[in-house]
Design a protein around this ligand. Structure first.
Ligand code: NDP
Length: 523
């Protein structure tokens, strides 16, 4: 098989059923991985299925111990892992290390939380006093995880840690642009004591992803674009495979007139430019109250122009992961300028490095421009004036996306009120992106940003089935409602109905009256 990307695009080039992984830092070939086909994907799912029952039978405590060892080895091998993340994505060293910090926190969270959260839970049996019932959480089996290239470690760990902590096996299809971090992660997991076939990495492109969705897995965790998410859902429909879709966003930052402008400007610039804007939760639109608009724009332009740009380990903004993504950003800016937008800084590629798009601020924009209406996924911030908070809420909710938002205000209660009016999966007040470092908080969106949640106990719930168990404790010869039916049994049911419907002494009185022959029920 031989396929190629458009000229200048991509982090690698296809050759004979394999793909070269190129570094956005200097174009160096970091490795070559196979493009797995449907048969190989199915074989990985079969092997994972065979490995899963033994893993699920281990006690949660034993599983937790292995998870913790996994986190410790990641810390010990931080230079190798962070170096590879940086090599595959081009991100600055601090951002690569951020992926590690968040990942080991996530692993520890699941090591602790799975034991607690997946414990069987007693459920009261109501009037069935002689029964005992509880709910057990049963692993779904094999989870198919499909991940994008922007965070090659965090998003993979997110899916894998929750899956294995819940007792599942995982077959992972990482992005073809960043498969090496995923392969290294799997090696680390085997070293930590995970069974060899429990976590498989099938490298390849969209075809491998499609084969995984249709390959008999029990749940698909997909993180990627809305367009691909739609295809995943279509493939999953035929086998009724449950899916969690974490898709794109076009997050707003609402800057209200009473906000601390310095903090807001710094926060918004960080939220827009972190990871060169290649974050689903990036701030892509700032909606600023008119009275503070000019001052805010000036400060944001100043801060953005001051960012250091380059391939050095301590640059603020590095190259973009894929060449196609640079084209996309460029097209959006060209479209905006054609339609009258003003570029206040950036707006082009770096003169000496075509993989770097300069941090950009655009104003005089409107909803007819793709930079305002579509996900950019690059270091670009569009700033729009709004009359007041009602106007800001209207503009924010107009778009189909609904991932996350931030509200900047001097009045926290007002920030909460405004945030609650937004159609999003979550919001922060006077902060940006920090929630992503809290493993217990769910991540996910509404509308075109997908459905289902990852992180926290929400992942554990999605990756296990609740199994209902009821046990009879006294062993009567027969229950009063079993065959044969009788007038006495019917009377008992009428009495029960009164008791359950009215409760308390009143219910008991009505039940007794009904049973003893009265007509407590009205016809
Ligand atoms: P894509 O949707 O292009 O790809 C995501 C993954 O899906 C990749 O592994 C890709 O493989 C695979 N894939 C491609 N086609 C198919 C298919 N038909 N069936 C199954 N899998 C397929 O996203 P990107 O990698 O470009 O990532 C960027 C997007 O991810 C942005 O829209 C961003 O907002 C979103 N994202 C969302 C997050 C969230 O939590 N909501 C978090 C991070 C990113 P390959 O790359 O090899 O083609």
């Amino acid at each position: 098989m031989s396929r190629r990307r458009p000229p200048g695009g991509g982090g690698g080039a296809h050759r004979d059923a394999s793909v070269e992984v190129h570094s956005p830092l200097d174009g160096a070939v970091l490795g070559t991985v196979p493009l797995r086909g449907p048969d190989e994907v199915s074989a990985a799912v079969r092997r994972a299925r065979a490995a899963q029952p033994a893993w699920a039978c281990m006690t949660p405590r034993e599983r937790s111990r292995i998870l913790r060892r996994w986190a410790a080895i990641m810390v010990d091998r931080q230079d190798q892992i962070a170096g590879l993340i940086r090599g595959e994505t081009g991100k600055p060293e601090g951002e690569a290390l951020t992926e590690l910090v968040v990942s080991v926190d996530l692993i520890h969270f699941y090591a602790n939380e799975a034991r607690r959260h997946l414990r069987p839970r007693r459920v009261g049996t109501g009037w069935l006093l002689w029964k005992r019932a509880w709910v057990e959480r049963v692993p779904v089996g094999v989870v198919g995880a499909i991940t994008p290239w922007n965070y090659p470690l965090i998003i993979v760990v997110d899916a894998v840690a929750a899956s294995v902590a819940a007792g599942n096996a995982v077959v992972l299809k990482p992005s073809e642009f960043t498969p090496l971090t995923a392969l290294l992660l799997r090696d680390v997991m085997v070293e930590a004591g995970f069974p060899e076939d429990l976590v498989a990495v099938v490298t390849g492109d969209g075809q491998a992803g499609e084969a995984l969705v249709g390959g008999g897995v029990d749940h698909v965790l997909f993180t990627g674009s809305t367009a691909t998410g739609r295809k995943v859902l279509q493939t999953a429909v035929s086998s009724l495979t449950p899916v969690t879709l974490e898709l794109g966003g076009k997050d707003v930052a609402m800057v209200l007139a009473d906000a601390d402008l310095e903090r807001s400007a710094r926060g918004v610039v960080f939220g827009a430019m972190f990871n060169a804007g290649q974050t689903c939760l990036s701030v892509e639109r700032a909606l600023v109250e008119r009275s503070v608009f000019d001052g805010f724009v000036e400060r944001v332009v100043e801060l953005t122009s001051g960012l250091s740009v380059g391939t050095g380990p301590n640059s603020d903004v590095g190259p973009m992961v894929t060449g196609q993504q640079v084209y996309k950003v460029e097209e959006q800016i060209e479209d905006a300028v054609r339609r009258g937008a003003k570029v206040r800084c950036g707006g082009t590629r770096h003169p000496d490095n075509a993989r770097i798009f300069l941090p950009t601020v655009v104003v005089d924009v409107n909803a007819g421009m793709t930079v305002v209406s579509e996900e950019t996924f690059g270091p670009v911030l569009a700033i729009l004036p709004v009359d007041d908070e009602d106007h800001a809420v209207r503009v924010a909710n107009e778009l189909g996306y609904g991932l996350f938002a931030s509200v900047w205000t001097g009045d926290r209660a007002r920030g909460l009120d405004v945030g609650r009016r937004l159609e999003v999966g979550g919001f922060s007040v006077n902060d940006v992106l920090s929630h992503y470092a809290v493993p217990g908080l769910p991540v996910g969106g509404v509308k075109m940003s997908g459905f289902g949640r990852r992180r926290g106990t929400y992942s554990l719930d999605q990756l296990t089935h609740p199994r209902t168990v009821l046990v009879d404790r006294i062993g009567l010869r027969s229950e009063p409602w079993w065959f044969p039916y009788s007038a006495g049994g019917t009377r008992l049911f009428r009495a029960l109905l009164h008791w359950r419907g009215y409760r308390g002494m009143r219910g008991l009185f009505r039940a007794a009256r009904s049973f003893l022959g009265g007509q407590a029920h009205r016809r």
